[in-house]
Design a protein around this ligand. Structure first.
Ligand SMILES: Cc1ncc(COP(=O)(O)O)c(C=O)c1O
Length: 368
């Protein structure tokens, strides 16, 4: 780095820039393509509920008014949905923001954070932002290694992030495993269950982590988002569920108007549209079956998923393959950013998108 005329917090040098899915418009500009599909950021290919879109149209008239910092209507709707009290919720500018607020609340320089690897990169960002030390424990059979994580807890451990289903593997830990894990974690360590993809899960052994909170545990927080199945990613809204004490503490670090009003209105409307939710689930489930079959026909190994994305082992350099796929107008994610160099992570799309993805993948692999 060039010499700078000011001093700054050296901790931030540990932050690696986030690698986002390549935006459609960027590919259009760079490659001069017009017909592009993005299957890179685990977005819902159906888009938001028509009810959510209508709510935004109506809310446009109130753009000059500050948003409700308490998210009153949304708080009520989510409290009803997850069956907790109003004071057990915190809303964020995406669940990303809540991850950051948790780090700001709990981490001093040198404090330790535990998670599995590979997993969601925002845990690293938030930890390093506060000068914390990230301890990553390799996944076991592509699943979060809860036993190893529990064994790794030390007096320096402050936070544990459990991504369930895990991004990027799509795998889940079971209710029994989580029960055993929670029994081993001291109350002084806060456990964060990041359940961004929970609505897609089909596995019957998926844990009901809210039960720990309802049973009075003060060191558990569950994060959910409206970015994935509810398809409101661009509005940035997510929430956390925890004990009133934990919520009150973390809320001290929250900015007063962190969730915009479009997001609040749209999220309330989205929650009311059960049909759209069910349709989104169905499209994902069907797409998953289609892609599994296609991978099997191509003799490609994949990691069975409980989310809306699949890691597939193409046996080729994922960066080269990614570039080739781009030229065919298909944006996916390379596995190298997760240390899985021959894998692609593909978001399950509409059937038309899935078919186009498989066609492009076959053509590219033949060329390589
Ligand atoms: C596991 C996981 N948690 C959280 C998020 C962030 O979601 P949000 O859009 O609510 O910030 C993502 C987004 O990709 C994710 O994969």
């Amino acid at each position: 780095m060039t010499t700078l005329p000011y001093t700054f917090r050296q901790e931030i040098l540990n932050i690696k820039p986030y690698v986002p899915g390549k935006p459609i418009d960027e590919v259009k500009r760079e490659l001069g393509l017009t017909d592009i599909i993005k299957m890179a950021s685990n977005e819902n290919p159906l888009g938001p509920s028509p009810k959510a879109k209508q709510a935004i149209v109506e809310a446009v008239e109130k753009l000059h008014i500050y948003p409700d910092g308490y998210c009153f209507e949304l708080r009520r709707a989510v409290a009803e949905k997850v069956q907790v009290d109003d004071n057990q919720l915190i809303f964020g500018n995406g669940s990303d923001e809540i991850i950051k607020l948790l780090a700001e609340t709990f981490l001093q320089p040198g404090d330790q954070v535990l998670t599995g690897s590979p997993s969601f990169s925002e845990y690293d960002y938030a930890t390093h932002l506060m000068g914390g030390e990230m301890v990553k424990i390799p996944l076991k059979n592509n699943r979060f290694p809860l036993e190893k994580i529990a064994e790794s807890i030390s007096s320096k451990t402050k936070l544990i992030f459990i991504c369930n289903p895990n991004n990027p593997t799509g795998t889940c830990v079971s209710a029994e495993e989580v029960d055993r894990f929670i029994a081993q974690v001291p109350d002084s360590v806060v456990v964060i269950f990041d359940e961004a993809y929970n609505e897609y899960v089909e596995d019957e052994n998926y844990p009901d982590t809210l039960k720990y909170i309802k049973d009075g545990k003060k060191n558990v927080i569950v994060l959910r988002t409206f970015s994935k199945i509810y398809a409101l990613a661009s509005l940035r809204i997510g929430y956390g569920v925890a004990s009133p004490d934990l919520i009150a503490l973390v809320s001290r670090t929250r900015e007063p108007f962190n969730v915009n009003s479009m997001a609040q209105f749209a999220a309330v409307a989205a929650l009311q549209d059960r049909e759209h939710l069910e349709l989104s689930r169905k499209v994902n489930s069907k797409g998953k079956t289609f892609l599994y079959q296609a991978f099997e026909d191509m003799n490609l190994n994949y990691i069975p998923t409980e989310a809306n994305f699949i890691m597939v082992d193409t046996g080729k350099d994922s960066k080269l393959l990614f570039q080739k796929m781009l030229r065919k107008g298909v944006i996916v994610r390379t596995g190298d950013i997760f240390g899985m160099d021959t894998y692609l992570r593909v978001t399950i799309g509409t059937m038309e998108q899935n078919q186009r993805f498989i066609k492009a993948l076959k053509e590219c692999l033949e060329e390589m």
